[in-house]
Design a protein around this ligand. Sequence first.
Ligand SMILES: [Fe+2]
Length: 475
Amino acid sequence: MLSIMDGGGGGARSRRKARMLQFATLVFAVFLVFLGEFVVGQSSTYVRPPKAPAKSDAVEKHLQERKSLTASTDPDQMHISLAGPGQMKVTWVTSSAVPATVQYGTTSGHYTNIASGVTKQYSFVLYESDLIHDVILGPLNPSTTYFYKCGGFGAEFNFTTPPPSGPNVPIKFAVVGDLGQTDWTATTLEHLAGYDYDVLLFPGDLSYADTWQPLWDSFGQMMSPYANYRPWMVTEGNHEIEDVPLLVESFLSYNTRWEMPYNESGSTSNLYYSFEVAGVHILMLGSYADFDTNSAQFEWLQADLEKVDRTKTPWLIALLHAPWYNSNSAHQGEGDAMMEAMESTLYAAKVDIMFAGHVHAYERAERAYLKKPDPCGILYITIGDGGNREGLAGTWLDPQPVWSVFRESSFGHGELEIVNATHAYWSWNRNQDHIPVMADDVWITSLSAAQSGCTSKSTTGAIQSQNVDDSNWEL
Ligand SMILES: [Fe+2]
């Protein structure tokens, strides 16, 4: 207890002090109320949505479905991929022998066609794979739903073919990299399923099996419900290498399970190839194949670019794994050697967009060339944020390079909508709990469009108005 001793006239001073003390107490009380109102007790209006389903739920669901199958001849680990003009490849796995055939037609339960393919199997040290079947269907009509049954066993599935070829044909791509098979992966897959895309583009690092082969099987099972009805087009990442010196050659599992249409594009390696769909020519480059100017990949790239006709495919897009433009501290400089070998060639060809993975984050650059913003350069996007077990890459270089527009360390996926011959809309959607939230977007003008100011006789032709070609969509 505070005691105030006072002399003559001290009563008046004491009363003044008491009033000042009361006033100070009042001011302090009001301050506390404001503090409580505006700082301590602030109530956010944000309500956290239900927890996203875990990977174990998704895998368990599929495994339960698998258990409910009546025979080991039923299809498992399914995915489909574009396989040439008007063709679709169906890949599936069985543990017992079945014919490598697919029955298909445009009416459920009524199969007017049957196609035959091949069955593959591989050994990886002590692991023996199940039977992997590849069957190419076609010719198929564009934008058409086909119902199909694998090997004559199991349930019926269906897929829808992409739109027809033509420079002004709209098409939607989903883009995701470094998926793995975690809770985060499950969320990304659910978000992808909510986007009505035509083709999925995947710049590498699929299963993260890293030589433990059963993880390729669980990855195949986890992807199957998403990859058996829309084509997935992939290129390799470092986690696909899996070489065991003297015992297992590099990329054995990847090349066997995810064989892409490299023959169809004149490539001799599954590690790099190209394909065309709607009005887009897509280069699937290999960060882990030789890429110097004397390499087979470089020779193939030059020949492939010679075949590109921007009046038919006004959009030119490239994918690879190790990014050339990366301001994350992870994997700094790993794409530099390939960039030095190839950037000038791709710049001259007026590549519109390059997607990379590897860095577990999202970053969008300006159009750039030689690490400087350039309105006629490539628009570089890193999207290695599918949700793998290694987690996010959260450290960024400071200061942010002049070419870097937006960067964020979150899991998510991308959506690229080609609207017509000249314009496309890109958005990146972070996984915000159960909800995909669009966090970055940009309208893109093709470098083949006159309004880009980048057209030249040597690399692009004038864009002409053409009717949509209703014949088979083309590779
Ligand atoms: Fe990687």
